[in-house]
Design a protein around this ligand. Structure first.
Ligand SMILES: [Zn+2]
Length: 73
């Protein structure tokens, strides 16, 4: 798969990413496997990872302003 931004190659990396879950709430998922372009900073989530993220977000409390969770494969 090539980067749609610059045509570079994606590499599988593990990073921490924030996701907004409501107007005043955000969760940070740690050790999330993502594909990042080795040439620019573009990254994308694989479908299976995105589904897991959706499930994690669905299981969080919407009233918590910041929640830090660990992605477990
Ligand atoms: Zn790129």
């Amino acid at each position: 798969m090539k980067c749609h931004n610059c045509g570079g190659s994606f590499e599988q990396i593990t990073t921490d990413l924030p996701f907004k879950t409501g107007p005043h709430s955000i969760i940070i998922i740690k050790e999330l496997p993502v594909l990042q372009c080795g040439n620019c900073s573009e990254f994308l989530l694989e479908d299976a990872v995105m589904e897991k993220v959706d499930a994690i977000i669905a299981g969080t409390g919407k009233t918590v302003e910041v929640e830090i969770l660990r992605y477990a494969a």
